[in-house]
Design a protein around this ligand. Structure first.
Ligand SMILES: [Zn+2]
Ligand SMILES: [Zn+2]
Length: 67
């Protein structure tokens, strides 16, 4: 799992806008609709700030309890 130079074709200067994701392996922001980097196949990071995340974790616990 390493940068193969493909990511430069998807490079964007915007940060965490629509379909803009960050690959920490390639250390680059790319415009890509997939969940994994087209270059190194590492799972991409999307917008970091997500106020609904704690609620989602709460839901997961609820599901686990009643599964
Ligand atoms: Zn790359
Ligand atoms: Zn990558």
């Amino acid at each position: 799992m390493a940068c193969r130079g493909i990511c430069v074709h998807y490079k964007t200067t915007a940060r965490y806008e629509e379909n803009h994701k960050r690959c920490k392996i390639c250390d680059i922001f790319i415009q890509w609709e997939g969940v994994r980097c087209p270059c190194c196949s590492f799972a991409l990071r999307t917008k970091a700030r997500n106020p609904r995340k704690p609620a989602a974790r709460e839901d997961a616990r609820f599901v686990a309890r009643y599964a």
